[in-house]
Write a protein that binds this ligand. Structure first.
Ligand code: FAD
Ligand code: EPU
Length: 358
């Protein structure tokens, strides 16, 4: 540990720090173990206008080139109950805490709410960025506040939940990626809550575990973890960043017209009564991409929404494949796909099928 509260290295490979396992380099990397060192570090003159990437476990980034400026990683990982009420607790977790460890810590302390989010890769610090969600739960529902270092004012500030503007795979932080360094997240977690088992496959997984009737929150977390392990490739074995595209939100009339032509297309409620969410996985699958491989860049055989690195794909290879997929879905269904991970060092662009061979 350095006395300054951080350690800086130059020209460092990030291959082990992103789950696509793409070999890109950080110009400067700072591992920060004391968040109170941020004001001193970030007011260094060379850093004031340099590009900034705050990197957690790299499970939602695509490094399409080397990363200029500063890559910053927060390593402190403390968890504490800061208020214990009769029916809930307020828990503070450092940005560097592993998300799945945190879920299990809360369940082990008799707190619930996060069980449907078990086994999502990444850190607590990244959880508010895209308002992580799975199996019918979004984390924003349980976030009380977010502590962040504001790069403009060089001060720590607090965002109440309403300030975070959480929506499907979106937040105020996602929209201004170089502005805030999240140092701590506070969660308001209930001590009792009805289990949410309505998402497709969950009840079946519980039944397969021999659990009839009401599962405990821990059993539900276990069922979700098993389901996820079967449905998604493990990044430790096959590089990936989970869903590569968001499920597109379209006008209800567009969804109705598509559903009339393609009755199997899954359609879910959108973010308002006038919109619907479509399944990007279904659209990509129906366009024939599942299991596709071009060199080492490919699409997972078990889930069409997941791009994979079979070994030595570059970020640019994966970005090009993403463009081809989006171009083909646009041509076939008239639906625009938007990437979910943050793309660095390249620009996402749909590639029309007739341009794909050029
Ligand atoms: P990174 O990938 O390191 O960073 C992601 C973004 O957050 C970047 O823009 C980064 O700059 C920013 N960021 C990270 N930490 C901070 C911080 N402390 N302060 C400010 N900005 C920060 N996501 C879901 O929502 N639901 C899922 O079900 C899901 N399943 C997945 C399954 C797999 C197999 C994989 C590989 C990914 C999955 N994801 C899922 C995506 C990913 O797990 C989440 O987005 C996660 O929150 C990313 O955490 P991370 O620490 O790896 O963030
Ligand atoms: N489908 C296909 N073919 C496929 C994959 C899916 O037709 O190859 C169809 C099926 O009809 C399936 C439906 O798509 O029932 C939905 O699939 P799934 O339950 O796997 O959910 P998803 O919409 O593809 C979303 C999230 C996941 C999250 C799961 C579970 C997005 C972009 N993705 O996936 O999050 O884990 O729901 O809640 O919203 C991530 O963000 O990285 C991620 C993995």
């Amino acid at each position: 540990m350095s006395e300054a509260g951080y350690r800086i290295s130059e020209n460092v490979s990030l291959a082990g720090r992103n789950t696509f396992r793409v070999d890109a380099k950080a110009e400067m990397l700072a591992d920060v173990h004391d968040p109170f060192a941020l004001p001193a570090l970030m007011s260094e003159p060379w850093l004031q206008f340099a590009p900034l990437l705050v990197l957690g476990e790299g499970s939602n980034v695509l490094l399409a080139g080397d990363v200029p400026g500063l890559t910053l990683s927060l390593t402190r990982a403390r968890i504490a109950i800061i208020e214990d009420a009769a029916d809930s607790a307020l828990v503070a977790a450092d940005a560097g805490v592993n998300w799945n460890d945190f879920v299990h810590w809360t369940l082990g302390h008799g707190l619930c709410g996060l069980e449907n989010l078990a086994l999502i890769p990444g850190t607590v610090g990244a959880s508010p960025i895209q308002n992580i969600g799975a199996y019918g739960t979004e984390v924003g529902e349980f976030i009380d506040s977010v502590q962040a270092f504001d790069r403009e004012t060089l001060r720590l500030r607090e965002f109440e939940r309403e300030d975070c503007r959480f929506a499907y795979r979106d937040s105020v932080f996602k929209r201004a990626p170089e502005q805030n360094v999240i140092t701590e997240v506070r969660f308001r977690l209930p001590k009792a809550r009805a289990v949410q088992t309505g998402y497709a496959g969950v009840a079946e997984e519980l039944a397969a575990m021999g659990i009839d009737g009401a599962p405990t929150h821990r059993q539900l977390a276990e069922a979700i973890s098993r389901l996820r392990s079967r449905k998604l490739p493990n990044p430790a074995v096959l590089g990936n960043a989970g869903s590569f595209f968001k499920n597109p939100i379209v006008d209800a009339a567009v969804a109705d017209a598509l559903k009339a032509k393609h009755s199997a297309l899954p359609v879910f409620p959108g973010d308002s009564p006038a919109t619907r969410k479509l399944s990007a996985g279904w659209l990509i699958d129906a366009a024939g991409w599942k299991g596709f491989r071009d060199g080492d860049a490919g699409v997972a055989p078990q889930h069409a929404l997941v791009l994979v690195n079979h070994g030595h794909a570059t970020g640019a290879d994966l970005l090009r494949l993403a463009g081809r997929i989006a171009g083909s879905v646009q041509a076939r269904f008239g639906v625009a796909l938007e990437p979910e991970p943050r793309i660095l060092g390249g620009r996402f662009q749909p590639i029309a099928p007739d341009q794909a061979l050029a």
